[in-house]
Design a protein. Structure first.
Ligand code: HAM
Length: 386
């Protein structure tokens, strides 16, 4: 899917200078305050990366990608680490499947990024999700929103949870997405809308919305959606799934138009998202993706000489890119077929003494039950066609 959208893979390191995250995610964010795994070595402090956006931007700047490739469309997949209390859908080591587009502020890029995220969910056969969208505007607009919250929540501060009382001083926007019931009630009374957006950010947001509507992508505008990391500007979004319980975000992202310059690079617009792979697995209907299992060919050999022949067949099929496996536990034919069934194999290749003498194998289609004899040399072509 990433290739279809013309993205290239980037593999940032798991360890980064801790200050990279402090500078980009923000000193007062939960991730920086409470969730970073830190490693001290002599004078230096490193962090097991809690996310990859900051690393991708660092790599972009360090490798002068603005000069060599300018507009960059990059995706990544790998482990992230956050010191949280583990529960369903929340782990200390989890995995992101994410992407970053660096080099443009065009609202059509926002539309492409959201449509890529949706295309991935469709490719994983995940349904029952909803997209929440908002614009928090440029840094000036964020300041206006923060001042507005100061004015409107001043009298209610004491009633807010301990975290929000602290956030009221350090990071007011975060009060908007607090999960505490009292805070939610206080926030529900606020009329925020898009009143804090300047005319350019308002225009940008309307163009993102129009672009999504043009593609038939359904979303809900949630004026309270602010996201938990400080680098965001303008468009922010979350993919939520009701089957996930309290950790209901499958993935999330947004624009970060000031981060590249803040980390020492040129002034460039950028946007990205990340899905939590474990949450994708929880939400996918079969509890697992359609991996090679759906197309697996299971090779069963009966006897020593057939096993030698089977090893050659496995080698040839794998070289041809056909997913296959075999029974190493010398089960009976019945037992091996049961194993093939458990593995959801699409085809089974059976090779016994009789077939060996005739110079054929039996190819069985597990969904129809039909089987036929075929020469081993024709197997790869036959299986590649299905
Ligand atoms: P995030 O919202 O912190 O965003 O994480 C993205 C997704 O990672 C979440 O929606 C969730 O599915 C998953 N996730 C987060 N923490 C955990 C955890 N402890 N256990 C399991 N899954 C988790 C970011 O990290 C941004 N870097 C996304 C982004 C990319 N924004 C722009 N570009």
């Amino acid at each position: 899917m990433f290739s279809a959208f013309n993205f290239q893979e980037i593999r940032p390191p798991v360890l980064e200078d801790a200050s990279l995250f402090t500078r980009s995610l923000g000193e007062s964010t939960e991730v920086v305050q409470k969730q970073m795994f830190l490693i001290r070595r002599e004078e230096d402090v490193y962090a097991l990366r809690p996310e990859a956006t900051a690393s991708v931007v660092r790599a972009y700047i360090e490798n002068n990608l603005d000069k060599t490739s300018g507009f960059a469309k990059l995706y990544y997949l790998g482990p992230m680490f956050r010191a949280e209390r583990p529960q369903k859908g929340r782990l200390r080591q989890f995995h992101h499947l994410g992407c970053e587009v660096i080099g443009s502020g065009n609202p059509l890029v926002d539309v492409e990024v959201v449509s890529l995220a949706e295309a991935l969910l469709k490719a994983f056969s995940i349904s029952g999700y909803r997209i929440e969208l908002n614009s928090i505007g440029c840094p000036e607009d964020k300041k206006k929103l923060s001042e507005k919250l100061h004015k409107e929540l001043k009298k209610a501060v004491r009633a807010l949870c301990d975290d929000c009382q602290r956030r009221f001083e350090t990071n007011r926007l975060r009060i908007l997405d607090c999960k505490n019931e009292t805070c939610k009630d206080a926030v529900a009374k606020l009329d925020i809308g898009d009143s804090c957006l300047c005319s350019e950010c308002g225009e940008h947001f309307s163009r993102v919305r129009a672009g999504l509507e043009n593609l038939g992508i359904r979303y809900e505008w949630n004026p309270h959606l602010v996201r938990g990391l400080d680098y965001y500007t303008r468009t922010v979004f979350e993919f939520k799934h009701s089957g996930l319980g309290s950790q209901d975000a499958l993935g999330a992202g947004g624009r970060y138009d000031t981060l590249v310059a803040d980390l020492g690079g040129p002034r460039l617009g950028a946007i990205g998202f990340a899905f939590g792979i474990e949450r994708l697995l929880l939400a996918s209907s079969q509890g697992e993706f359609d991996g090679p299992q759906g197309k697996l060919t299971y090779v069963i050999s009966l006897g020593e000489e057939p096993a030698r022949q089977a090893a050659l067949i496995l080698k040839e099929l794998r070289m041809a890119g056909i997913a296959c496996d075999t029974d190493y536990e010398s089960r009976s034919l019945k037992g091996a077929l049961r194993r093939a069934n458990d593995l959801k194999a699409r085809y089974v290749v059976i090779l016994g003494q009789d077939e060996l003498h005739k110079g054929v194998v039996v190819l069985k289609d597990m969904s129809s039950g039909q089987q036929k004899e075929i020469k081993p040399s024709e197997l790869a072509r036959e299986l590649a066609e299905v």
